[in-house]
Write a protein of this length. Structure first.
Length: 145
């Protein structure tokens, strides 16, 4: 499983989030591989690989993987009443609960850890938050030459 496959697992997990049978997000996609569509519909979640670091574990290589999920939604006062319950805090918590402490069917990783949830920006009724998540990935033991 490569980085794109792991990112796709995160995307499909977020896409599956529903409330009363209605998707929580109108768009979920990869920011790193595809970029956001235009025009962007809200609320949306954009997932991307931030980077990794080698823990220098021997003989089995272990890497710490970092991903970020950006959540964007319109100010509730600008949205219809029936959507008012799905505010940015509800979206943040739904994403965190869907991922934190889970492996999402990926065999060679530790359960995901939510490292932080941060305010990013507020501009013209659009509020943006990010969720930073991390896991450790265990690669196969290299075969000596």
């Amino acid at each position: 499983m490569n980085i794109a496959d792991i990112e796709d697992k995160l995307i499909s997990t977020i896409e599956a989030l529903k409330e009363d049978g209605i998707n929580l997000f109108t768009y979920v996609g990869s920011l790193g591989r595809k970029g956001p569509p235009t025009p962007l519909t809200y609320p949306c979640a954009l997932v991307y690989f931030v980077g990794d670091s080698n823990t220098r574990s021997k003989p089995r290589p272990v890497y710490t993987l970092n991903f970020e999920i950006v959540i964007m939604c319109r100010n509730l006062s600008l949205r219809p009443e029936e959507q008012a319950a799905r505010d940015s805090y509800v979206l943040l918590e739904a994403v965190e609960q869907a991922i934190n402490g889970k492996r999402l069917g990926i065999d060679d990783i530790e359960p995901w850890t939510c490292m932080s949830r941060d305010f990013v920006d507020y501009d013209n009724g659009l509020i943006t938050y990010s969720i930073k998540i991390q896991t450790r990935r265990y690669l196969s033991v290299p075969v000596p030459d």
